[in-house]
Design a protein around this ligand. Structure first.
Ligand SMILES: Cc1cc2nc3c(=O)[nH]c(=O)nc-3n(C[C@H](O)[C@H](O)[C@H](O)COP(=O)(O)OP(=O)(O)OC[C@H]3O[C@@H](n4cnc5c(N)ncnc54)[C@H](O)[C@@H]3O)c2cc1C
Length: 430
């Protein structure tokens, strides 16, 4: 049973809500209630990182960390100077979970299973005395003399009215519309939500026949109809609908709003040459003409790291017979090939079917929250954390890092601002 008067109610059993609840409870004992609308808390953690959960990124300096947030960026310097990636690493270590760094800086649990992260958070919540209520959703909130009057909905109420009061309310509902509605009803404005971190569709492009080809580094230049340009360089994967891979996801994160505004129609220029200049490419071709003069173009690439399938595709696009020998390559054909290697142009026709890591840009503007406490500037006693804020990061563990940071700061300030009284009532442990 849920008591009718709660010292602290955290709405949303995702990573940000768990971190806020655990931190508040570890500092103040019992009295922290965590509400999760679905039967399974931490669902996104479980499915994250391909089932491995990319917990954070080995980027230790807050000044560097902020560069990975298209929405948030410099404003996050303050929060990250209090709790950044190194603090998350230490926090998980103290709570029994070792994180391991991969070559590209991403940090995963040593077990390589997201369930270890879920178990760690649930265990920490139980130990700290957080009371978890699953299948119970926050429907509405209104300011009341001693905090907030809340309306809850869920089978757990078994016929009883869902009216409760909470002295402190933490909104940690992620990108779910219900949390945005509650925030708006309490006076917050909302930056309209748009998808971020998605793959690009290139419908009708012959390139799609190369699904499965991965290249690194690839230079991507997105030319938007409003004249805007976005550039990224890094690994790219060709899929059966378009382009994916870290560089594509970074590109769409930084261009999320512009792409949404133009309904995901834009021009994409791709540099497949690994960043080689036109002069370098001409030199490589010259060397190939000499070194492999008698070999057929289709069987001998200008450099070994160039995907064979991509090279054969570019030959076909340039109208070069693969049986032709390197010695017979005309200057004109060489010019065509160098151009398509360094600057191929494709029409972006939309978003891919699913993002590898899907997040929502938009939410409560950072200016409406005091970032040293995560408390609303408009509604004392209300704290807003995680993806509900207008913050999103690129792929690599940065989105979870923001959840750990904002949740920890909110938990700390709640424990400092109120004595989290011990109350009786529901005792269902995490
Ligand atoms: C497939 C996928 C893979 C990802 N992989 C990674 C990764 O490896 N690394 C990374 O950094 N990021 C990753 N992300 C992004 C990351 O999952 C999110 O940024 C993060 O989960 C946001 O956390 P949150 O706590 O703010 O919200 P959520 O995780 O969305 O949690 C919010 C919770 O609140 C509940 N809720 C909503 N409304 C209510 C209500 N009214 N009352 C009660 N409960 C409510 C929801 O059911 C949910 O459980 C991934 C995302 C996806 C979709």
């Amino acid at each position: 049973m849920l008591p009718e008067r709660l010292p602290v109610l955290v709405a949303g059993g995702g990573p940000a809500g768990f971190m806020a609840a655990i931190t508040a409870a570890e500092a103040g004992g019992r009295g922290v209630h965590l509400l999760e609308a679905t039967p399974e808390p931490l669902h996104k953690v479980r499915i994250s990182g391909g089932g491995r959960c990319n917990v954070t990124h080995a980027c230790w300096d807050p000044r560097e960390l902020v560069a990975h947030y298209p929405r948030g960026s410099r404003a996050l310097r303050g929060p990250f100077s209090r709790f950044a990636a190194g603090d998350a690493l230490a926090w998980f270590h103290e709570h029994g979970l070792e994180l391991v760094e991969e070559a590209d800086g991403r940090l995963f649990p040593r077990s390589n299973r997201s369930s270890s992260v879920v178990d760690t958070l649930r265990r920490a919540a139980t130990r700290a005395g957080v009371t978890l209520h699953t299948g119970l959703a926050l429907q509405s909130a209104a300011p009341a003399p001693d905090g907030f009057a809340l309306q809850l909905r869920g089978q757990q109420l078994s016929g009883r009215s869902g009216g409760v009061t909470a002295r402190r309310l933490v909104l940690a509902t992620g990108s779910h519309p219900s949390g945005r509605r509650v925030a708006a009803s309490l006076g917050h404005s909302l930056v309209p939500p748009v998808p971020s971190l998605f793959t690009l569709a290139l419908a009708g492009e012959t390139l799609l026949a190369l699904a499965g080809v991965a290249m690194d580094p690839v230079g991507l230049t997105l030319e938007l109809p409003d004249g805007g340009i976005q550039r990224q360089r890094g690994p790219v994967l060709i899929t059966h609908w378009g382009l994916s891979g870290p560089a594509t996801l970074r590109l769409t994160a930084f261009a999320a709003r512009q792409l949404h505004a133009c309904r995901y129609r834009a021009r994409l220029r791709v540099d497949w040459s690994g960043g080689r200049s036109q002069t370098d490419l001409a030199e490589l071709f010259q060397q190939a003409r000499g070194a492999q003069a008698r070999r057929q173009l289709g069987n001998a690439r200008p450099w070994p790291e160039l995907s064979r399938r991509l090279w054969q595709h570019l030959l076909a696009e340039a109208g070069a017979m693969p049986e032709r020998r390197w010695a017979e390559l005309t200057r004109e054909l060489q010019g065509h090939l160098i151009r398509s290697l360094s600057d191929s142009c494709y029409a972006v026709s939309g978003r891919g079917p699913f993002g590898e890591e899907f997040v929502t840009a938009g939410g409560v503007p950072l200016g409406e929250v005091n970032l040293t406490t995560m408390e609303s500037r408009l509604q004392p006693g209300l704290f807003i954390v995680g993806e509900l804020l207008d913050v999103d990061g690129i792929t690599g563990g940065f989105n979870f890092q923001h959840c750990w940071t904002s949740g920890w700061i909110a938990g700390q300030s709640i424990s400092g601002s109120t004595s989290v009284a011990e109350i009786s009532g529901s005792d269902r442990r995490c």
